[in-house]
Design a protein around this ligand. Sequence first.
Ligand code: ATP
Ligand code: MG
Length: 422
Amino acid sequence: MSFKVPRGTQDILPGQTEKWQQVEGVIRDLCQVYRYKEIRTPMFEATELFQRGVGDTTDIVQKEMYTFEDRGGRSLTLRPEGTASAVRAYVEHKMFGQADQPVKLYYTGPMFRYERQQAGRYRQFVQFGVEAIGSANPAIDAEVIALAMDVYGSVGLKDLKLVINSLGDKETRNAHRTALINHFEPSISEFCSDCQNRLAKNPLRILDCKKDHEHPLMATAPALTDYLTDDSAAYFSQVKKYLDALGISYVVDPNLVRGLDYYNHTAFEIMSTASGFGSITTLCGGGRYNGLVEDIGGPDMPGIGFAMSIERLLLALEAEGIELDVQEGLDMYVVTMGEEAKLKAVELVSSFRTKGISADMDYLDRKMKAQMKAADRASAKFVIVLGETELAEGAVNVKVMETGNQEKIAFHDLVNFVLEHK
Ligand code: ATP
Ligand code: MG
């Protein structure tokens, strides 16, 4: 009997986890300077939350959810995305009433979608996302976009394209909807069955179809931007003005519609333009969702957010040939000869670690030469060799591996020596 990870999931092993930690560190630090606070919500929620929050006509709700019944007969779903949960928590904990407004939240954690596995598409993947709830000011749209761009910039990515669009308000959407129906209806039989269903329910989503995107009627479809109301157009031009002020370049794509149902006004995606990045190039998607808070049972509060997966960020790094500068070197390796020495080594290693110096020793009773090799493999900065002489003298030669220099240091001065020289 042999076991493998379930399809669409992966083990992240030492060697890789350091990269993850580094990216997560960048995210934490940036959220701190942008003043987004972390929220942690359960990995599963009532199924209905996603049906409402993500939308019945989306791919996620129609075919990607991991839904199960628990022993109490409740229908639960492993979260496929983070916004619905964040908004549920915002409403449940009445965060709309707190003094600090708008409420700026971020999360990182695994999401689950039953998808066809391919590069950059997993059944369990980790999303980092933010939600800014309580402001309908275009400046915060720009802030949210800037934060996403900053994450990619901070890890060194350069080949990026920011695509934005406005989905307008209700009035915009209704006028555009009618135009779309008129455009597609006569030839709808040439489209996939999903699109045929979308025509009546949510024709906008036809534009986001992955099967029919080459159909000639797609390119000539009425653009949302032509139906923007004056208010929506003004809002969109403000967002662009703020992005210009921030020095963030973008392209406007009138056909950009996000996969989730709840978006309005600003929608955006960040793509990798690195050659060799495979067919899926979207790294991050986000947008404004005025109306969602109310749909989930809260007050009428506007919101905007984005989500990106760490997996695709790491793939983009690979595509650009960027190696994260991962610090995994060891400060001190203690080589031992004999039982007595091992006893002392245990004590010394512990005293190093207490002071934040990474330290290691042999636990396999290896010969001195093999221990030196282990120190080398771990890229130890310093090595000491403890034997009878050193124990008798209460001092040891500290070898600085980079230079080969040695210096004799008393046991009780070792920690200070390393702290000064590391
Ligand atoms: P796609 O069009 O690629 O299916 P989506 O519209 O379903 O994306 P969102 O729900 O907006 O994606 O999720 C935001 C981000 O999460 C994506 O831009 C991508 O970085 C990441 N993402 C989505 N699904 C997956 C997945 N199955 N595996 C890895 N990352 C994913
Ligand atoms: Mg998807």
